[in-house]
Design a protein around this ligand. Structure first.
Ligand code: GLA
Length: 401
């Protein structure tokens, strides 16, 4: 019984996935044409992974994400009626609005990613008119692979094209980010939107979140690969906990009279230790250490030192678990289950936390047996299936020809 359940959870190899993406494009195009009676402009906007550097982005620090070959496919075109329609194909839900006058939707969910982007474009007084959009995706919600940034970017990228808004890619990612701040209520950093927009095939981007400049790193791991394991849980409170972490970091920066924790050292936070709680001290300490690990990881990749990279994964997880406190039982279980496996060099939770995926550095030949093992023990422990994805690093948001 368990075995047969497990089989369905392993996502298929490259060629099958390429076909899955083609299928997605086909579906979106067909649904759009049927619904709106016009041929859409088609956009693909990817989700992302992050090699290392969690919660460092809103501290002006470094992150190391990459776009993947899963994401959102959106079809868009100008509306010939006096209203706009957004159609979430997967949910079979529609919303109607005036592009020039949008307000946050109370029912939340996907509505605000789209409405928020429209509102941010309006703030710039750009010539935006009514439009229709239909979209579908293949990133599981709550996987921590940024389906939300992928959706926001697909909207702003598509509207920029359709209405000739003349926005640069950098302006577009800030529009997407602000949509999330103002309409969704999550004070996210810039990592997700950047990676989704600027991704480069086979590369990860070592991004400086202060200068918004990235160095691409070709990811060649020899007999190793990256493997994601999705806990398939997303604990509530994750948004408020996220905003709380950001507020703590900003509070400590203020005490230190610096712009962001990227500028802090351990000595500096030690000097104000008596002015902050132990928990807040630990959070600041984590950011300083994680930022350094992100720099160290880029060196390890240049030197081809995968053992070092793997060790940094484990250290990152320990910090996220014990100092920054954004992990959860399911993530910790998945990481712990790799510790005695000599064919796995590193494992850590990925993304904002409280659920979603772990990212693992694993020997390619070990993947089948480890997948089987982890599926079995995870199900036994939590009575939920985990899902396993291998990743292909891909190009950022683009028009589908
Ligand atoms: C979420 C946010 C990002 C980043 C990560 C944690 O994905 O959207 O900006 O802060 O969490 O690294």
């Amino acid at each position: 019984m368990i075995e047969s359940l497990l089989k369905t959870q392993v996502i298929s190899p490259l060629e099958t996935r390429f076909k899955m993406n083609q299928q997605l494009v086909h579906t979106v195009k067909l649904k759009f044409t049927k619904e709106f009676n016009s041929t859409p402009l088609m956009i693909f906007s990817p989700g992302r992974i992050n090699i290392i550097g969690e919660h460092t982005d809103y501290n002006d620090g470094f992150v190391f994400p990459a776009a993947v070959d899963k994401g959102i496919v959106a079809g868009l075109f100008k509306s010939n009626s006096d209203q706009s329609t957004a159609y979430a194909i997967d949910k079979n839900e529609k919303i109607f609005f005036q592009a020039k006058d949008v307000k946050p939707s109370k029912s939340g969910t996907w509505h605000n990613y789209i409405l928020g982007v429209v509102a941010e474009i309006n703030k710039k007084n750009l010539p935006l008119g009514n439009f229709n959009i239909a979209f579908a995706g293949n990133i599981p919600r709550g996987a921590g692979m940024s389906s939300s940034a992928a959706l926001e970017n697909s909207v702003v990228f598509g509207l920029n094209e359709l209405f000739g808004l003349n926005l640069s890619k950098e302006e577009m990612i800030f529009i997407s980010q602000k949509a999330e701040h103002h309409f969704v209520g999550v004070n996210c950093g810039i990592m997700d939107q950047y990676a989704s927009m600027f991704g480069i095939e086979n590369n990860a981007l070592h991004l400086d979140c202060r200068s918004i400049q990235a160095n691409p790193f070709k990811i060649e791991l020899g007999e190793y690969q990256l493997l994601l394991i999705n806990t398939n849980v997303k604990h509530t409170l994750s948004d408020s906990a996220y905003n709380n972490r950001r507020a703590v970091c900003e509070h400590i920066s203020k005490l230190l009279t610096i712009k962001a924790l990227r500028d802090a050292t351990k000595e500096m936070i030690n000097s104000i230790q008596d002015q902050v709680s132990k928990e807040d001290y630990q959070k600041a300490l984590f950011i300083i250490q994680e930022n350094q690990r992100t720099i160290d990881a880029s060196k390890a990749i240049i030197e081809g030192d995968l053992n070092r990279l793997g060790a940094l994964f484990y250290q990152s997880h320990e910090g996220l678990q014990h100092l920054y406190k954004v992990s959860c039982e399911e993530l910790d279980f998945l990481v712990d289950a790799t510790r005695d496996n000599k064919n796995i060099l590193g494992s850590r939770m990925m993304g904002g936390g409280f659920g979603g995926c772990t990212i693992n550095l694993i020997k390619i030949s070990e993947v089948p047996s480890f997948s089987k093992y982890i599926s079995k023990v995870y199900f036994k422990q939590f009575n939920i299936n985990c899902s396993i994805y291998d990743v292909n690093l891909s190009d950022g948001t683009h028009i589908i020809k």
